[in-house]
Ligand binder design. Structure first.
Ligand code: ASP
Length: 329
């Protein structure tokens, strides 16, 4: 009898802790993934290792601080990695320049910070947080944004320090495709995009979201995508969810993707997964797919849908359980 009781108690406790082991941080490294089988096993592993590192770092920051700290710390790891299209490793526009965009949002206060068109900041995600916390604005661009960050004590770096051979080669390929086909669309279709993002939930139930990108290879100088636009590429609201998007930014802007997911949850009572998958599925169909997103609600429900070949992504639970994926897996 005693043994049965002990077993029952064990099952109850383990089930409870399982039920409580919710996802508290999700990240993505972009939906511009090569078709399955095209990536070398070595590169595949490098991506997975980098995602796991970002999750661990974000988890530690989340535990020590709050959801904004988790988001910022995880994204910084991805910005510093040359593998992803953000910070170091950002792609080049048609002028051969990198123009970085990022944004961050606090789901508790709905405060937000965003930055666009900068090339001398190592971690644009931290710059957007600085704008949120230390300026009276939400969105700053270019030279003025860089000067503000410098005045706040952030180091300005040489754009050369963000250069990578890989991203430069992607621009050469795109340029060649444009010349061969005689139009810029062919270059844009080479599919060199990326973006990194994170969504987090802290112990006080506060959500946060952030996104950082170099945009898309071969876009016009001055083009800004969805990543720094609150409501399009990034959104967080405690009453609904936190969202970070990746993909063809123009579509995400036109369809206010991130805010639409939150609105469906708030006004229609949709569950997170339903809202996230339906909004993504509702985007116009384009060759290669529109992109993907990560979304998290205050209960630790997570959705990671994508309509491309794959999306670099990962989650970490309350107990530190890590999951990473690239393709359907
Ligand atoms: N959404 C980004 C942009 O349009 C690119 C990406 O996510 O890969 O700038």
């Amino acid at each position: 009898m005693r043994a049965v009781f002990v077993l029952f108690a064990f099952l109850l406790v383990s089930n409870l802790s399982f039920a409580q082991d919710k996802v508290i941080l999700a990240i993505h490294g972009g939906a511009g993934v090569a078709p399955k089988g095209k990536m070398s096993p070595l590169l595949d592993k490098e991506y997975r290792d980098a995602l796991a590192q970002a999750l661990k770092t974000g988890y530690a920051a989340l535990a020590k601080g709050g959801s904004l700290d988790g988001v910022e710390a995880a994204i910084k790891v991805l910005e510093d990695s040359p593998l992803f299209n953000a910070g170091k490793g950002a792609v080049f526009n048609r002028d051969g320049r990198q123009e970085l965009n990022a944004s961050i949002m606090d789901g508790k206060t709905k405060k937000a910070g965003a930055i666009a068109g900068v090339s001398r900041l190592k971690n644009p995600i931290s710059a957007s947080r600085l704008i949120m916390e230390k300026s009276e604005h939400v969105f700053m661009i270019g030279d003025g944004a860089e000067r503000f960050c410098r005045d706040q004590g952030m180091e300005l770096v040489s754009p050369l320090s963000l250069w990578t051979e890989r991203a430069w080669k992607q621009l050469q390929d795109a340029d060649e495709a444009a010349r061969k086909k005689g139009n810029a669309q062919a270059a844009l279709d080479t599919g060199h995009f990326g973006t990194v993002g994170a969504v987090a939930l802290d112990k006080d139930g506060n959500l946060a979201a952030g996104t950082s990108t170099g945009g898309i290879t071969y876009v016009r100088a001055g083009r800004v995508g969805d990543s720094p636009i609150i409501g399009a590429g990034t959104y967080a609201e405690n009453e609904a969810c936190a969202v970070s998007c990746t993909g063809k930014g123009e579509l995400f802007i036109r369809h206010t993707v991130a805010a639409d997911i939150a609105a469906r949850m708030k006004y229609r009572g949709d569950a997170l997964k339903k809202a996230a998958t339906e909004v993504l599925a509702g985007l116009p169909k384009i060759p290669g797919g529109a992109g993907g997103l990560i979304a998290l609600d205050r209960h630790g429900n997570v959705a990671l849908p994508f309509s491309t070949n794959g999306m670099f992504r990962g989650t970490i639970s309350q107990t530190g359980k890590i999951w990473v994926g690239i393709y359907e897996e």
